[in-house]
Every structure is written in C-alpha cells, then in structure tokens.
Design a protein around this ligand. Structure first.
Ligand code: NAP
Length: 258
C-alpha cells in the first residue's frame, strides 16, 4: 500500500469539537485535506464559517454546528445535524477544552464544575453519543481524545486541569476495551506546550523563557507538530491494531526527572 493510501480518509465523517481555534482548527484542516467530510463544532460559529470557507476553497467538504459541549442536549442535537448532513460520524475528535490557572484553595465550586464539565464530562458524552450511533449503523470508527501531558504529570496552579485530563486518559483506555468488539478504536494525544490561544499569555510572558529550558528540544510546539500523530490515530489502515494509546507529543519535556 502506498503511504498516501495509508492516510486516506475518503468516506469518513469527522466531528471535531472546539474547531474554532488552535488545535481543533488545524485538525479539521488536516482531516479534510485527507478526504474526510468534517463537521466543525464550537460556540464561536462565525470563526467556524471562516474555516469552512477555507476548507471548501481547497476542495474539502465542511459543515458548521453551534455547540457548547457543556450542554448535554446540544451534543445530541449536534450529532443529529452531522448525521443529517454527512451520515454517521465515524471519526470523533474530542478536542474542546479550557484551562483555569489557580491554586486549588482559590478555585470556586463553579470554576471546578465548569472545567470538569468542558474537559471531562463532554468527552464522555460525545464519545457515548458517537459510539452508540456507530454501533447502531454497524460502522467501525475512531475516537481521538485530546488529553495533555498534564493528564500524566501535574503542575502547580493547574490541579483541576490535570485532574480533568487524567480522567480523559483513563477514559481513553476504558472505552478502548469496551468498544473494541465494535471495531471502534479509542486513542488520544498528550501534547506538551503547543502555541495556541489557551496559553498565548503564558507563552508570551517571561516565565515561559524559563520553562523552555526544561524542554529538551528547546522550543514549544506548533499545531502542525500534531499532524502526523492525528492521521496515525485517525486512519484504520495506518493504526487498525492500535487502541487505548495515549501518545505524548511534547518535545521531550515530560521525560527528565529534573
Ligand atoms: N495548546 C496546548 O499547549 C495544549 C496542550 C495540551 C492539551 N491541550 C488541549 O488541546 C485542546 C485544544 O486547545 P487549544 O490549545 O487549541 O486551545 P484554544 O485555542 O483555546 O481552543 C480551545 C477550543 O475549545 C473550544 N471550547 C472551549 N470551551 C468550549 C465549550 N464549552 N463548548 C465548545 N467548545 C469549547 C473553543 O471554542 P469556542 O470558544 O468557540 O466554543 C476552542 O475552539 C484542549 O482540550 C486543550 O486542553 C492544549
């Protein structure tokens, strides 16, 4: 098989949460370029329309859907809409996420709940929604979760974020076991620092200059640094025997003990 065929996603229907910026924006472009019909989901729909136009300008197929992943009913509605437009979603990228940087003792109940709802609960509900529909349609598929190196390690002032992403890492493995019998694979990323809006203020601050010394590659990542890993997990032909894996992409940052 030629390498180009290995990563061909023609006929796949991909739903990407949080497609309005950063990693989700890039993921949608990459999946569409490989032939998937992409459903772009987020709250900021005007941004999604811009992305849809970009994708269509180079021959791709995209549809925008307004989605606040903290709204359980809106998740069902988004999948209904995706299905009506392109058919059963066969490739789900659980990417929407947020961070709140605070010491645990300063975190309010509302902030805790909001963060867990967007970063963890939504991954559960979207995965459940996607897998039930794939099973009903009798189609194999792939679920890709965006965890974080902070789901495997911890950092000060990011405790709830780390907890929310650790749950995503465990969810990836637990669902991989249960969904394997339906030929649905579940894998995930654990990215290190990738330059996007979520960390723009930090990466532009003097504190980041100190942090970069802890990255063996001496740089932060760009969204394009995840392209190959995304396609590996997305393509049944490329990684059909791989499920329950969390792939770390962090320039080596999480390797050294000091
Ligand atoms: N960048 C990094 O260094 C890094 C490292 C590890 C993991 N991650 C993870 O990567 C994912 C993408 O983050 P990013 O770096 O691309 O940050 P970003 O540029 O801030 O993008 C976050 C995306 O999530 C969406 N989102 C947030 N809350 C939402 C909600 N309630 N409903 C629907 N969508 C929501 C946003 O869309 P709307 O605001 O339009 O809804 C936006 O598109 C997150 O899960 C993040 O935790 C990032």
């Amino acid at each position: 098989m030629r390498v180009s065929e290995l990563f061909d996603l023609t006929g796949q229907v991909a739903l990407i949460t949080g497609a309005s910026s950063g990693l989700g924006w890039r993921f949608a472009q990459v999946l569409a370029r490989q032939g998937a019909n992409v459903v772009l989901a987020a709250r900021r729909t005007e941004r999604l329309e811009t992305l849809k136009a970009e994708i269509e300008a180079v021959g791709g197929q995209a549809h925008c859907v307004a989605l606040d992943v903290a709204d359980r009913d809106a998740i069902t509605a988004a999948f209904d809409e995706a299905e009506k437009v392109f058919g059963t979603v066969t490739l789900l990228v659980n990417n929407a996420g947020m961070a709140i940087q605070k010491m645990a003792t300063d975190m309010s109940d509302e902030e805790y709940r909001r963060l867990m709802s967007v970063n963890t609960d939504a991954v559960w509900y979207c995965s459940q929604e996607a897998s039930k529909r794939m099973i009903a349609a009798g189609t194999p598929g792939s679920i890709i979760n965006v965890a974080s190196v902070l789901g495997l390690r911890v950092a000060q002032s990011l405790s709830v974020y780390a907890i929310s992403k650790a749950a995503v890492a465990q969810m990836t493995k637990a669902l991989a076991v249960e969904l394997a019998r339906y030929k649905i694979r579940v894998n995930g990323f654990a990215p290190g620092y990738i330059r996007t809006e979520i960390n723009q203020a930090f990466l532009d601050s003097p504190a980041s200059a100190a942090m970069i010394k802890n990255v063996p590659q001496r740089r932060f990542g760009e969204p394009s640094d995840l392209d190959g890993t995304l396609l590996l997990m997305a393509s049944e032909k490329a990684s059909g025997f791989m499920t329950g894996e969390i792939i770390v992409v962090d320039g080596g940052q999480s390797l050294p003990i000091v």
